[in-house]
Design a protein around this ligand. Sequence first.
Ligand code: ADP
Ligand code: TRP
Length: 327
Amino acid sequence: MSSSQEKQVLVSGIQATGRLHIGNYFGAMKQFVDLQDMYDAHIFVANYHSLTTVQDGALLRKQTRDVVLDYLAIGLDPQKVTLYTQTSIPELFELTWIFNTLVTVPWLERAHAFKDKESKGIEPSVGLFDYPILQAADIVLPGAHVVPVGEDQRQHIEMTREIVRKCNAVYGTSFIEPQALINDHVAVVPGIDGQKMSKSYNNTIPLFGTDQEITKAVMGIVTDSALPDEPKDPETNTIFKLYSLIASVDEIASMRQGFLKGGMGYGDAKKLLAQAIIQMVTPMRERRAYYEERPDLVDAILQEGGARVRERAGQVMADLRKKAGLV
Ligand code: ADP
Ligand code: TRP
């Protein structure tokens, strides 16, 4: 970690609300792996955010552990990356409170997650209302310069930037305004029905499913009724969009040609896609099994990561407490 001082800080997290899918992987998590050498990366499980939807202790504990295993499985290297859960950083809640007092109710009412629930007639909890503020604390405490996320998180990062400006203006802190890192190429990964892939829409391809589960999901991709010999437009085709994320340049070109000229049937294209996904996840599964069999090692990784962030969090809060007149 000797060179981490010169590197910019990267922070991102995922909620522990269920099985990860390939939308999560290509939209957010793959960037974590791709960027782990370039940045001083801090990757955590947003298990406190998850309480806004999961209120079953045993389930939350299991899902939190699953996300940690998924992180390790996709190739996050615990020697390079600081891995932790929010539980390790109680200072998050102190900062959340101070931020709460700096923003207004109408401003927070603009947040998508809150508006979505309201428009569905669901009464949002105070925790859900405050979700973006806890997220801002997640980002600010480790000192993030960049936050890799999917497109749907853009608003949360923009809100964090506004809170940072407000806090700096009011208390004279020098918190960094973080940049969202959104991979435009894969900003929204389509699900098997063509809509955004999301666990809320039941249209996912699980990242760590069995071969059968992956194949079944891929075979369920909705297509039109064009016959194998007919030419098809690859750009509007979910199979091709997903294949383009995974396959090699030559394989992608070959499927594209097959669709454009005719001769590539949807059934064959689905088989190629399922094979490509399984090939991609096989080494990840092996790494996942390795860590699954070593729970003490995983605990030690989380403890070390948590302690590292907490040390910095303590310094940040000591300074802010003084500035805010709390000590
Ligand atoms: P879900 O929509 O399944 O509930 P989350 O909201 O937990 O997923 O998202 C976790 C991360 O994965 C976020 O950074 C989000 O932007 C990203 N993500 C989720 N679904 C997609 C998708 N279909 N395309 C791109 N990124 C996605
Ligand atoms: N809200 C993010 C999601 O649903 C998860 C999250 C919580 C997060 N805190 C964060 C992402 C801080 C990036 C940085 O995916």
